[in-house]
Design a protein around this ligand. Structure first.
Ligand code: PLP
Length: 486
């Protein structure tokens, strides 16, 4: 385990030395009233500048990142983020503006946001976009508020939202938080929504169906047009979780599939380093009919200037202070412009090609529950390995010893011992082949020497941690040496 910096403290070491002041010195107590002064020592660690630099640089090298290792974390689209996007979002004109400085002094930022709205309209096929939501889950939440208000205005009391059993956990959470009852629809033997069961579940109580396409198994919902027809016939809205847009952008879009409301994850599909929980951006798009319900402000353009438009008739209000996570808009916009329409399509095609290459190679060693062509990701099952005594968690941890970030595990919930692999389009064949070799090695280890895998990771600062306790009872306070109790 890495020591805290306090353990490296040596009395008398220092990082900076100030010059003689050249004016008479005063005691602190002569300037600051006594009751405002600390009674005890602040107890900061004492180190040289170089000590501090080495400490934090070494600490930072213990991270796994897209910039250092292959990162096939399914459902997260951990693609390489071109550094030019960082450079552009770091331009002074973007970083030094303040949200309170007023519209007339922010036209450039407004223009960028407007253009991003336009680009997302074209990519999704939707008619209006709000950039406000700060994450995918937040976009879902805003979308469900729109569903609620829409039926409220129509005087229809629809209480249920139908969600497939393969869905991301944020889907039912968002629906529930908006007061809907969540009804689960089962997947069939091919991992797709069972449309017969869906038909049974549809009624006048249903406000929306939330769908992810391709779904979280990485499979394209082939009956999507039938499903959207069924939603329409029952008067329900169709919500598109666009977190998996990377597979289909430029090839098809949710409008073509018949969706009414969509969110996209700028921090997945459109660049932005997003490990460790943020920051994110989850813009939502809607059909013409629902445009007036979007969160305000949206960015308007009157042919002369760009402006904040608060005048939406049925708006659900604001869902975020100010206008959204602007630093992510700049990255996404730079990415879209640099990649271009054809480039986005190619990115999607390559993501699908890479995933299918890995799937075909790895199914020799690990069970593949769904045989059909996958989209940008696929799910394996570690079932057979579990019967040898090593579960999927063991496989994931062992990958860390080989310097690979583990795939998503135990999700979707409908595949036992799931390993969800998403290579993304930015990886080369050499990287994929190396991963295949390592997965083969781990397969052989489990057949011959499972103990090594059971004890993994062997090379990391900590081995197996109690993940539930780490999340539920995090130790956030450190009592540094010599500190008196308060
Ligand atoms: C990532 C993801 C979400 C949630 O997005 P966040 O930005 O993490 O809130 C929702 N659905 C799917 C399918 C996802 O992969």
């Amino acid at each position: 385990m890495q020591d805290t910096i306090y353990k490296h403290s040596v009395k008398g070491k220092r990082g900076v030395r100030f010059p003689e002041p050249g004016v008479p010195e005063k005691k602190l107590s002569e300037i600051i009233p006594g009751k405002c002064l600390r009674k005890d020592n602040l107890n900061l660690p004492e180190l040289t500048e170089l000590d501090v630099i080495r400490y934090f640089t070494n600490l930072s090298h213990k991270n796994f990142s897209v910039d250092t290792v292959f990162y096939p974390l399914g459902s997260c689209t951990m693609k390489y983020n071109p550094k030019i996007n960082e450079k552009i979002s770091g331009l002074e004109g973007f970083t030094e503006i303040h949200p309170e400085q007023g519209e007339e002094y922010s036209r450039g930022a407004l223009e960028l946001m407007y253009n991003l709205q336009q680009a997302l309209k074209e990519i999704t096929g939707m008619r209006a976009i709000s950039l406000q939501p700060a994450a995918g889950a937040h976009g879902e939440f805003a979308g469900m508020l729109i569903v609620k208000k829409y039926f409220g205005n129509r005087g229809e009391n629809r209480t249920k939202v139908i969600i497939p059993d393969s869905a991301h956990g944020t889907n039912p959470a968002s629906a529930k938080m908006c007061g809907f009852d969540v009804v689960e629809v089962k997947s069939n033997s091919r991992g797709l929504v069972d449309t017969d069961e869906l038909r049974e579940l549809l009624s006048e109580d249903v406000a929306a169906i939330m769908m992810t396409n391709p779904n979280t198994l990485g499979l394209f919902e082939e009956e999507i047009l039938k499903i959207s027809q069924m939603a329409k016939e029952c008067g329900a809205l169709l919500y598109y979780d666009g977190a998996n847009l990377n597979a289909v952008m430029g090839i098809t879009n949710p409008a073509v599939m018949g969706f009414d409301i969509v969110h996209v994850n700028l921090h997945k599909t459109f660049s932005t380093p997003h490990g460790g929980g943020g920051p994110g951006s989850g813009p939502i798009g809607v059909t013409e009919e629902l445009a007036g319900y979007l969160p305000v402000p949206v960015i308007g353009y009157d042919g002369e200037k760009y402006y904040f438009d608060y005048e939406l008739e049925n708006t659900i209000g604001k869902v975020k202070p100010y206008y959204g996570n602007f630093g992510i808009f700049t990255r996404a916009y730079a990415y879209i412009l640099m990649t271009g329409g054809d480039g986005l399509k190619k990115a999607g095609e390559d993501a699908v090609l890479n995933a299918n290459y890995l799937k075909e190679k790895l199914k020799k060693y690990y069970k593949l529950p769904f045989e059909q062509v996958c989209m940008h990701e696929f799910v394996l099952s570690g079932d057979i390995q579990k019967s040898r005594g090593v579960n999927t968690l063991g496989i994931a941890k062992r990958l860390m010893d080989y310097n690979i970030h583990p795939p998503t595990v135990y999700f979707p919930l409908i595949v036992p011992e799931a390993l969800m692999i998403e290579p993304t389009e930015t990886e080369t064949k050499q990287t994929l082949d190396n991963f295949i070799d390592i997965m083969q090695n781990i397969y052989i280890e489990i057949e011959t020497n499972p103990l090594r895998v059971l004890d993994s990771p062997l090379n990391s600062p900590v081995s197996r941690v109690d993940e539930a306790a780490a999340a539920r009872k995090p130790v956030l306070k450190y009592d540094f040496p010599g500190k008196e109790s308060e």
